[in-house]
Design a protein around this ligand. Structure first.
Ligand SMILES: [Zn+2]
Length: 85
């Protein structure tokens, strides 16, 4: 019987275009995004994002401010840790 091997290669690229005025993470200096932007970019539910923020895994701006911003870099690390290749 012939043996068949399938190799699937998946590549993904995320391009974020910002300007010098874009808010930066106070911890790591990465680009900050709103909760809605993070949900859209990571495809994660709001509850999941909030869980990451509450656990401290995702860097964020002052939660008492009008608009709480999330660190894109730490958010992507959480996503990658939950979905290893
Ligand atoms: Zn950060």
């Amino acid at each position: 019987m012939a043996r068949r091997t399938t190799v699937r290669i998946t590549t993904e690229m995320l391009l974020i275009v910002g300007n010098s005025g874009s808010p930066r993470c106070p911890v790591c200096g990465s680009l900050m995004v709103t909760l809605d932007q993070g949900r859209m970019l990571c495809g994660a539910a709001i509850d999941r994002l909030n869980g990451w923020v509450q656990s401290g895994a995702v860097h964020h701006s002052d939660p008492t401010s009008f608009q709480n911003l999330l660190c894109l870099h730490s958010m992507l690390i959480c996503l990658e840790n939950e979905n290893p290749a």
